[in-house]
Design a protein around this ligand. Structure first.
Ligand code: 5AD
Length: 361
């Protein structure tokens, strides 16, 4: 294991599939996390970037078998924030010195929605003088839509592939959800010069360690700038979650696997942005901080008004549902300081990999 970690630390993309798998399964995860943290310190520093997360709406045209806001779930009240509310939350994040925001919603493809996002982007550029970083996470769209949003000021886009094994992908989604299109969307985003992020769910039923290693190879193949991934959590209102026995033991395993994936991804890709996601925090109060110590460098604190939070439950048990954005900010600041890391305020926190690729071209 020491030899493997040494090789992984010395240069990016140094391991093969079997070696990635053996790190994922290693018997000394603390050693793994330490090695990944070392690489994170070298490539990023003792620094954490924030993205104020605006959960803009839960209307969705997709019916993913794991997701709490899937189209067929009638037990969630649907909402959509209006333009002024999104701007107010974006301003809050800007004034709170977060440096960047991420706007996320269910997947909607319509001219009205495209134009709404475009107007919001232009207003954000206007009030922040182009200083506030904007990540979009609005699903599969046409090239034209991605282009309009890019031109209106979005510069990062997150689109999780969810699972890069097309056979497993097909089991997680109903007919009509098209793996090839999702993958092609990542290529379009790259072509349009976004910083491109993707990721997977970890610990899915039927997902093997080899699948997980292949997911990391997929991140490399797409040459992603940002990775956002987290453990799968069974949601009782979904086909995959409804009869699932959710035990303490299961949650422990999901957390552990989530941290291992972060660490091995850091060890393989070195200088990308990796998020410590809310799903980790759902499994343990200090889940995100443990994610940072396993190699992540981005946290996405919620800046959505408290009243809407309960309706944006992709999985149940989401933390901070009854907290306001001020409380979320204060708690986070304290917990990050407690692990000896430092938040970088007022900066976009772009992915170093993005600039390195541009230099190499
Ligand atoms: N457990 C964990 N993550 C989930 N997501 C959706 N449903 C679940 C779940 N049950 C994730 C998907 C999606 C992101 C916004 O939330 O990966 O891309």
């Amino acid at each position: 294991m020491n030899a493997l970690l040494k090789k992984a630390k010395s240069s990016p993309r140094a391991l093969n599939r079997e070696e990635l798998t053996s790190l994922l399964l290693c018997t000394e995860p603390e050693e793994l996390f330490r090695a990944a943290y070392e690489v994170k310190l070298r490539t990023i520093g003792k620094r954490v970037s924030l993205r104020g997360l605006i959960e803009m709406g839960n209307l969705c045209s997709k019916d993913c078998l794991y997701c709490g806001i899937r189209k067929s779930n009638c037990n969630t009240a649907r909402f959509q924030l209006d333009e002024d509310s999104v701007i107010r939350m974006a301003k809050w994040a800007y004034d709170a010195r977060y440096g960047s925001i991420a706007i996320q919603s269910g997947e909607i493809e319509s001219e009205a929605h495209t134009a709404l996002i475009e107007r919001i982007l232009l207003r954000i550029r206007d009030f922040s003088g182009g200083k506030l970083g904007v990540t979009l996470s609005l699903g599969e769209q046409t090239e034209e839509v991605y282009r309009r949003w890019r031109e209106a000021g979005a510069h990062r886009y997150l689109l999780r592939i969810e699972e890069s094994n097309p056979h497993l992908y097909a089991k997680l989604h109903p007919a009509g959800h098209d793996y090839a299109r999702r993958s092609a969307c990542l290529d379009l985003l790259r072509k349009l010069d976004y910083q491109v992020g993707s990721g997977v769910m970890i610990g899915l039923p039927g997902q093997t360690e080899t699948d997980l290693a292949n997911n990391i190879l997929f991140f490399a193949e797409k040459d992603l700038d940002m990775i956002g991934m987290g453990p799968w959590l069974p949601h009782p209102e979904t086909p995959m979650g409804k009869d699932f026995a959710d035990t303490l033991d299961f949650r422990q395993k999901q957390l552990d696997l989530g941290l291992r994936m972060i660490a091995v991804t850091r060890l393989y890709l070195h200088n990308v942005n990796i998020a410590a996601t809310t799903a980790l925090q759902t499994l343990a109060p200090d889940g995100r901080e443990r994610g940072l110590l396993a190699g992540a460098n981005v946290i996405m604190p919620n800046v959505t008004d408290t009243q809407y939070r309960a309706n944006y439950q992709l999985y149940t048990g989401k933390p901070s549902l009854d907290e306001n954005s001020d409380e979320t900010r204060q708690k986070l600041q304290a917990s990050i300081r407690a692990i000896g890391e430092e938040i970088i305020w007022d900066q976009r926190g772009d992915s170093p990999r993005y600039f390195q690729r541009k230099e190499q071209l």
